[in-house]
Design a protein around this ligand. Structure first.
Ligand code: NAP
Length: 257
């Protein structure tokens, strides 16, 4: 098991108990880390505060990742409470419903901008903001969550696939920029999991079905399995790994016909 005792982490992207970010927060908490959790908007505050009570002295703050002032406020609060940061888990993604329902050809300029801003640019903005806190610890680990739709066409994934391609390229460029400061940047590419965000994708249940049929392991992945892989990347056990996209998809990504 990865040991995160004495480490402090920021987890962005918890909406409810089915969120991948929540599974990772639980795993990191169990491994000994002290966490800061964020919620997007008042709608989710109660959910996230309630969940955070299951963790040891977590701090909870609002964060819309498109808002630079809120990013600065979150970092200032972490600085005051933790005095530094060892890891960042980035699990925020969003696309307008219309962009996931209509043919990709109909992607609007505004829909493209929003999806790329929330789901890809936010990794750059958040990472830049936490670098000084990580440097104070002698380094750190940043992990984001992606999907194979970045490389292959998945029906109805549409602009989110383009956002994930930008996210994965950002992982590599950030890893290159930050390696000399001992800050690593990686992604977990998860197989389909039934979460709030996934339910926005039209006919998501058929994606689950095809994955189960075709994946070498003949099943879908569980939240805890994605969390365990993320924990590895967040912890010093992966200290020589950076710029990597680690698939946790029961092997689906290797399949052809
Ligand atoms: P989720 O529980 O709905 O988490 C997505 C989170 O992103 C939510 O907390 C959402 O808040 C947040 N978010 C959206 N816009 C935001 C903003 N402007 N500022 C801050 N947070 C914002 O779904 P999930 O499936 O666990 O998603 C987590 C990550 O895993 C995403 O990057 C997703 O693409 C990725 N992923 C998911 C799957 C899957 O099958 N589920 C597979 C591979 C990768 P709101 O609810 O308020 O929008």
């Amino acid at each position: 098991m990865s040991d995160l005792s004495g480490k402090h982490g920021l987890v962005v992207g918890v909406a409810n108990k089915r969120s991948i970010a929540w599974a990772i927060a639980q795993a990191a908490g169990a491994a000994g880390a002290r966490l800061a959790l964020t919620y997007q908007g008042e709608r989710l505050e109660e959910n996230v505060r309630e969940l955070s009570e299951q963790l040891e002295s977590a701090i909870v703050m609002p964060l819309d990742v498109t808002n630079d002032q809120q990013i600065a406020d979150v970092v200032a609060t972490i600085d005051r409470n933790f005095g530094g940061l060892d890891f960042l888990l980035h699990g925020a993604a969003f696309a307008l419903k219309a962009e996931l329902d209509n043919p990709f050809l109909e992607t609007s300029r505004e829909g493209f901008r929003i999806a790329l801003d929330v789901s890809a640019y936010s990794l750059i903005a958040l990472t830049r903001a936490v670098v000084p806190l990580m440097e104070r610890r002698g380094g750190g680990s940043v992990v984001t969550l992606t999907h194979l739709g970045s490389q292959r066409v998945f029906t109805n994934y549409n602009v989110m696939g383009v956002a994930k391609a930008a996210l994965e390229a950002s992982v590599r460029y950030l890893a290159s920029d930050l390696g000399a400061r001992n800050i690593r940047v990686n992604a977990v590419s998860a197989g389909p999991v039934k979460t709030l965000a996934a339910m926005g994708i039209k006919d998501f249940s058929s994606i689950l079905h095809v994955n189960r049929e075709r994946a070498p392991l003949k099943r879908n992945v569980e939240l805890a399995e994605v969390a365990d892989a993320a924990l590895f990347l967040l912890s010093p056990q992966s200290r020589a790994v950076t710029g990597e996209i680690l698939f946790v998809d029961a092997g689906f990504n290797i399949t052809g016909i």
